[in-house]
Structure formats: C-alpha cells, structure tokens
Write a protein that binds this ligand. Structure first.
Ligand code: F6R
Length: 599
C-alpha cells in the first residue's frame, strides 16, 4: 500500500517530496524515508512513524537537491522499523529504491544474491530489487540494468530507482500498483496518486502495467522492458488543489463529510450528460442484461449492497453482491448475459482489480463506478461512471460512499426506464427527487451539533449496535464499519429482523443501539425491533425520516430510496465525534491505509 513521490527537474525538491508524502500518508504511515541525490552522492534519511518525523531530518540537510525519491510505508514484509523503511540500497549505496507492492519471488532471488555475496540489511522484499540492479550493473548501463531487473521480478510493484553515477535520472516501473507522472514546466513528478503533485501541475500521465519510464526532468520517456517506446496520454486533472487541503476543518474526514452536497451535485451534473446514451449502454444492450454482479470492498461494498435493493426494486433485475476478496477466489458459474459492476473510490484496490480480471476473462461486460480518473480499474473497464468527489484523503470513506450511491441509483433509474419498468413521468419524478439530494444533505449537515451532543453522551461505551432493514441494513453495516475504523471500538451492524435470532443477547443496560427507522412498509416492524432492544436496557438512538418520531435524529423525507444516503451522513458524524471524544487520530487510524493495493 505505501505512497511514493519522486521528482527530477530544476526545482529544489526535498520540500516538494515531503509535502507530497504528507498528501499520501493515507496510504500508510508506519515510517517514511527519502533519498536525495546531491554532490555526487545519494543521501538517504528515514524516520519511524509520520512524515513529520522525516521532515525534521530533512530540514537539517544543507544545500539544494534537484532529484529525489520518497516513500511513506504501510508495512507488509518486515515490521515497522528504520531498517525496514524505504528507500533501500544495494551493498555499496549506489542504488536507492522505493517500492509499493509485493515482490512475490523475493525469497528465491535473495537466496541467489546472497550466494553471490550480497549482504542484506532489512527483512523487506524490496531490498532485493536494489541488489538485483547492482548485480545487473556489472554488465549493463543503468537503464538496461533496471529493465533486466524488472524482467526478473514477479509481483505487484511501482518502483522508483536512483543510481549515484547518473544524477538527475529516475527509473520507474509499474505493474499492478499505481504510478502517475506529473508533468510540470520545470520537472517531472512521480507519485502513487495525483494529490501528491496537484499543487504544481494538473498534467498527469498514468502509467500502465508493464510500463517503464525514464525521467530526466523536464523530460521523460516511456517504454516496455524490451525498450520498445510506448505512448501514453497526458490527462488534465480537473481537481481543485484546495480540495486536497483541510480548509479550516479539524480533520479531512470532517471536511469530506461537509463536502457531500458538492460531490453529489457534481456527480449528478455529469451523470445528466450521460443519461442520453444510457451510460454507455445502448437501449438494446441494456435490454440484453439479465442480471448484475456488483463487486467491491469495504465501504464501496456497502454502497453496492445498498444499490442492490434499488436495482432489484426499480429495474427488476437480479443482482448478486459480493466482496471482491471472496469473489476472486470462488469458482463462479458466470452468466454471460450479466453485467459486472465494480465499485471503487481509488480504482486501485487489488482485490477488486482481480475480480474484474476474472469477469473479463469470462467474457462479461465490465462497468465501474470510480472516483479516480485514469486509475487501473477505469482502464480495465468497458464503461466507467465517475463519482466527482475530488480527492478523498481521509482513510475513512465518506463522500465517495454517498456519491457511489448517487451513481448507482441514477443507473438503476435509467436501466429501469430503458427496460420499460418505469414510465417517463415516473422516471422524471424520481430523478427530480434524486437531484434534490444536495439540498437534502445540507439539512442533515446542519444537525452536526445535535449529533455531536448525542455522541458526547455515549462515546465512553465499548460496544455499539447498528440496526436497519431493507436498504438501510447496509447503512447499519457502514455505520458500524466507520465507528470501528476510526475509534477502534466494537461495533456491529445487523438486519433488525435478525437480532432475535441471536445478537439481542449482547444487549445489556446502557448498550447504545443506533436504529435506522425509514418511513415505509417496514417502519412498524423496525419500531417493534426498537422496543425489543429498549426493553432489554439499550440506550436507543433512532435516525429517521419520519417527523412523527420525536426523539429521533431527523433526516428529511423525499423518496424512500434517499433514506440510506441521508442517514449515512448522520452515522458518519457519530463515528467522527465518538473518535474525536476518544482522542483518536481520525484521519490516520491505526493499521489502516486508504488504498489497499495488495491482496
Ligand atoms: C472504509 C474504506 C475502505 C474502502 C475499501 C475499498 O472507510 O475506505 O473500506 O472502502 O478499502 O476501497 P476502494 O473504494 O478504493 O476500492
């Protein structure tokens, strides 16, 4: 998972790399390191924990530097410690390497290199790459030695390398881990994600699997391991740099919760343009779809679960939802006339990518719902429907989740119309309701203080139960996930009808139960479940769109299908304030990284 930032060009770059790494800390923050190329030397500095610790070391360095590689680590091979931090060097500190991913055949390569006299200093899989380049440099120049090394390693990687004898040159390779070039006037950035360089340039070149690039800022060349030149498009990223800043909020998570009306608005506006062509499917193609596989991980999986209700209800089409990590290892009797939809904020989640590849191999059409332009998942997909959230920095996903639902709901309405299950008048009515979402979200956001005060009363509890029915059930799961992630508390979401079958046993005097009570046919059933837990001593908090419920946190009612989105915002605030009251590091929760690019 890890984040990489590198630069070669005319600007003094140590500070640029540090600032870039700070933007990528969501990818891991076990340790950070940098290699600065200056005065015919490579100076490597490393620090445990946050990039701030590395910055202290970098500030002590004198002189300018115009070429450097940096890394923020999420440990996979080898515990978090200085020796295991990147960059890694060869035996003679001639080569410096940063890597994101896993080198699968590192053990056998390491054994071969040790037999040749190489001495390893870390327990990482990455170090093997530095030694392998050193070995290949015995007979080849840097570019060829790097390409040869790439041919010898197996696994997922984005790797950047410096060589002491070729100052100003960075070699980079990509396979199954993200790597994007930021092309600025005076130099070229390399990064795992666009926000790392967005302040300096919005011109991004996304490398593809198998690409190798040679950077000598401001110039770059892209080729494959056989040095065959490759042409890659220069994309203009339209994210505003300020959206990658905290903008006065205490945490990115809080800022991103508040950005939801804007994200929903931007997403809806772009979807409207896509409505005309049925989101890339012709009416005939839409009619041929007999079912949908919806696959994702974590929060995106909850969005997929929620969308299943809408798709089955409105488009009357069978939908199977599964976590990508299960889907990819299951022998599936694929139905060829089913559409495969992957949902992912980052577009780089390894499990989701693997699931897409399985679906493609089975001949299925692949659609993705994604936030990151040019990411791996979008490139693998036949059709991509974008969420327009801008960069989501907080590890806990918020605005991406609600925008994913906006896209999937919009798609469900559109499909239902294309399949003849919705008349034009009904379609227009429902779509108009969906378009009111940004305004309705604002009505939830203004209740922040009320929700904060409720959170203050319950934050010291250790177990939390979330209940919902129908499409609010995935929101109960999502509410519990948010709380677990950032406050490290035990939280579980249940389908309210299930609690009598076991989970109600855990409820005791004062256990907080957050119940999602949606207006509609199941409201009474849900209220009965509320009474059941209350009778067993639960501290009940209801979140409802029924104005008749007096104690509830009220969300506005427009259409039943909007309740999950609006109530999710309430649970995001709950999770946020409970974590804040418990003194947690909200944006950088322990053990987590935002983009899970390893299996
Ligand atoms: C939770 C969270 C994760 C992600 C999951 C999938 O707040 O952010 O559960 O939702 O890792 O990530 P993407 O959507 O990038 O594929």
């Amino acid at each position: 998972m890890c984040g990489i930032v590198a630069y070669s060009g005319k600007q003094d770059c140590a500070k640029l790399i540090i600032e870039g790494l700070k933007k990528l800390e969501y990818r891991g923050y076990d340790s950070a390191g940098i290699s600065l190329q200056k005065d015919n030397k490579i100076i490597t500095l490393k620090a445990l924990g946050r990039v701030d610790n590395l910055e202290i070391l970098v500030n002590k360095e004198k002189g300018q530097c115009f070429c450097a590689i940096g890394h923020t680590r999420w440990a996979t091979h080898g515990k978090p410690c200085v020796e295991n931090s990147h960059p890694h060097n060869d035996c003679h500190n001639q080569i410096s390497i940063v890597h994101n991913g896993i080198i699968e055949n590192y053990a056998s390569l390491k054994a071969e290199l040790e037999a040749k006299g190489h001495i390893f200093k870390s327990q990482t899989d990455t170090e093997v790459v530095a030694h392998l380049i050193e070995e290949n440099l015995k007979t080849l120049d840097f570019t060829h030695a790097f390409c040869q090394t790439i041919k010898q390693i197996r696994g997922a990687y984005a790797i950047c390398a410096l060589y002491v004898k070729e100052p100003g040159k960075i070699m980079v390779a990509k396979n199954q881990s993200p790597m994007v070039l930021g092309v600025a006037k005076e130099g070229v950035f390399l990064a795992s994600d666009v926000p790392a360089f967005l302040e300096h340039t919005n011109k991004a070149v996304f490398l593809e699997d198998g690409d190798i690039a040679q950077i000598e800022g401001p110039f770059y060349k892209i080729f494959d391991a056989e040095l065959k030149e490759q042409t890659r498009k220069v994309n203009e990223v339209n994210w505003d740099f300020t959206t990658a800043q905290k903008g006065g909020y205490a945490h990115f998570m809080l800022k991103e919760i508040h950005e939801q009306p804007q994200s929903a608005q931007d997403t809806l506006l772009t979807l409207k343009a896509g409505l005309k062509d049925s989101f890339g499917l012709t009416k005939e193609e839409a009619k041929k779809i007999k079912g949908i596989y919806l696959v994702a991980c974590g929060t995106a999986y909850h969005a997929a679960l929620c969308a299943k209700y809408m798709l089955e209800d409105y488009a009357q089409i069978p939908v199977e939802v599964e976590t990508a990590s299960e889907f990819k290892y299951r022998k599936i009797a694929f139905c060829k006339d089913w559409l495969f939809i992957a949902v992912s904020q980052s577009g780089e989640t390894a499990d989701t990518i693997a699931a897409i590849k399985n679906a493609k191999a089975a001949g299925l059409k692949v659609m993705s719902v994604c936030n990151v332009l040019g990411s791996t998942i979008t490139r693998l997909s036949d059709i991509t429907l974008y969420t327009h959230c801008g960069p989501e920095i907080s590890v806990a996903s918020t605005k991406a989740f609600t925008s994913q639902l906006v896209v999937l709901y919009s798609f469900a309405l559109n499909l239902s119309f294309a399949l003849g299950h919705l008349e034009k008048a009904s379609f227009d009515k429902f779509y108009t309701s969906l378009e009111k979402l940004p305004k309705l979200m604002k009505q939830v956001l203004v209740q922040e203080e009320k929700i904060k005060q409720i959170a203050k009363k319950i934050y010291a509890k250790n177990d939390f139960i979330f209940l919902g029915r129908n499409s609010a059930y995935p929101i109960a799961l999502e509410g519990a996930l948010k709380l677990k992630e950032i406050s490290y508390l035990h939280a579980e979401g249940f389908a309210a009808g299930e609690i009598k079958h076991g989970p109600i046993a855990v409820i005791e005097e004062g256990t907080p139960v957050l119940a999602l009570v949606a207006k509609g046919p199941l409201e009474e059933k849900m209220l009965s479940n509320c009474q059941e837990v209350k009778a067993r001593g639960a501290a009940l908090i209801t979140i409802s769109d029924d104005m008749a419920l007096t104690d509830a946190v009220q969300v506005p009612f427009e259409q039943e299908f909007l309740f999950p989105i609006l109530s999710a915002i309430v649970l995001q605030f709950f999770a946020y304030y409970i974590a804040v009251f418990r003194g947690r590091d909200v944006d950088r929760p322990r053990n987590l990284a935002k983009s899970v690019t390893v299996e």
